[in-house]
Ligand binder design. Structure first.
Ligand SMILES: [Zn+2]
Length: 52
């Protein structure tokens, strides 16, 4: 899992509720919600203009 694109912190964790998403504990940023943890991590790693 990549570090936070907003504050560059590696203090990020996966939240698993109805949907899953990655949350940054330092700046409180959240990645896109996805149905599975794998998809949530992929979304976190590839958003912000990056190619998948
Ligand atoms: Zn952050």
């Amino acid at each position: 899992m990549k570090s936070c694109p907003f504050c560059n912190s590696r203090n990020v964790r996966l939240i698993e509720l109805v949907n899953s998403y990655v949350h940054c504990r330092k700046c409180d940023a959240c990645g896109p919600e996805r149905a599975t943890r794998e998809a949530a991590i992929t979304a976190w790693n590839t958003r912000a203009g990056e190619k998948a």
